[in-house]
Ligand binder design. Structure first.
Ligand code: NAD
Length: 355
């Protein structure tokens, strides 16, 4: 098969880690008989430097025409003083909106070989954990009415959370389907003791549960979920939640793996087109030094194979290769604790050798 992939390398370590993922995809293509065509487009600070805008029209067009999109990261101190609408990060919201990406999938997995990097107590993570957070990405309070006004006690500001049945149903459907492909356990996280949007969310997710009798559904309040993630993360399989709760909980979940350079993400729309990116930023402090861990981006490419192209075996081949490299003891500097470390290119070579 032939697949067209738009590459958004971005800034900082972005070009280095995207190059690694491209090499791994090419190796997978050679092994399984697929051809991946890559077309680079500008985004973020590098786009500002070249065109004056963080998300040029040509980039949006290119992403909409491609089968899928692989993004490195954007941003850096050089652009930090620009006004909000010209900041590199503005491009991320822009491309998500343009592609209609309403689902964000963020796995947080503790690799047995990296248990020592987990900030939680050894007895809590004895058996590891593997959580998939399904976050609603285009609704809720981040997109609701907002403003400033003069109130009884002076200046006031407000933001509004609203969710429609359609928005809740489509994200919960992704979550049920995802749980079905995993350990068949879904936890819906809300604040139904306080928020009306959460009560509608809870009602709808339970209506939908009838269609998924094989998936065990439970509810959890968000404050409890924040505690449970550090108390016993292994209890979770798939979590589904709103935009803001997902934003916060997915960062918490990623931190307890102890390895920011390892975690991929996928943002999906109604169809098969998605945007795949590591959860970390552009790491300007190590850019251009060959120190970046490419694994988060390589695993993002594996998610692309699974979710956009339905190449299950090919995706698993990448995941297994990464597992093996870690078991063999190879580490980039972020995980080597001062011991000799592999460069970005050497780590990529090891992954390809293990495919
Ligand atoms: P960061 O994730 O870039 O870096 C945090 C720390 O983790 C740094 O010490 C960095 O060296 C390290 N790190 C990150 N990724 C790594 C990797 N693959 N290998 C090894 N070490 C890695 O977060 P930050 O420093 O807060 O932000 C830097 C820039 O990135 C900012 O401009 C920020 O706005 C931007 N940012 C972009 C995205 C994105 O593009 N999606 C996300 C977060 C931050």
């Amino acid at each position: 098969m032939n697949y067209n992939i738009a590459l958004l390398k971005g800034d900082g370590i972005g070009p280095e880690i995207v190059e690694s993922a491209v090499r791994v995809l090419e190796a997978v293509g050679a092994k399984f008989g697929h051809t991946f065509h890559f077309t680079p487009y500008l985004i973020g600070g590098s786009a500002i430097d070249a065109t004056g805008a963080p998300l040029p029209e040509e980039t949006v067009k290119g992403c909409l025409a491609a089968d899928s999109v692989l993004l490195g990261a954007v941003g850096g101190p050089k652009w930090d003083t620009l006004p909000g609408n010209l900041r590199p990060e503005k491009a991320l919201l822009g491309i998500r909106a343009a592609m209609g990406l309403f689902t964000n999938l963020r796995p947080a997995k503790l690799y047995p070989a990296l248990k020592g990097d987990c900030p939680l107590r050894a007895d809590i993570v004895e058996n590891g954990f593997d959580v998939m957070i399904v976050r609603e990405l285009t609704g809720g309070i981040y997109f609701g009415d907002r403003g400033y006004r003069e109130g009884k006690y002076g200046e006031e500001a407000f933001d509004t959370e609203s969710y429609s049945r359609m928005e809740i149903e489509r994200i919960c459907r992704v979550a049920f389907e995802t749980a079905r492909k995993r350990r068949k356990k879904l936890t819906s996280i809300d604040k139904a003791n306080v928020l009306e949007t959460s009560r509608l969310w809870r009602k709808i997710v339970h209506e939908m549960a009838a269609e998924y009798p094989d998936v065990e559904l439970s509810d959890m309040l968000v404050d409890n979920a924040a505690m449970q993630l550090v108390r016993n993360p292994a209890q979770f399989d798939v979590i589904v939640t709103s935009n803001m709760f997902g934003d916060i909980l997915s960062d918490e979940a990623s931190q307890i793996t102890g390895s920011i350079g390892m975690l991929p993400s996928a943002s999906l729309n109604e169809g098969t087109r998605g945007l795949y990116e590591p959860i970390h930023g552009s790491a300007p402090d190590i850019a251009g030094q060959g120190k970046a861990n490419p694994i988060a981006t390589v695993l993002s490419a594996a998610m692309m194979l699974l979710y956009s192209f339905n190449l299950v075996e090919e995706s698993q081949a990448i995941v297994s290769a990464v597992d093996r490299v870690l078991e063999q003891g190879f580490r980039t500097a972020d995980l080597s604790h001062g011991a000799p470390a592999l460069t970005t290119i050497q780590m990529t070579d090891k992954i390809i050798e293990n495919l």
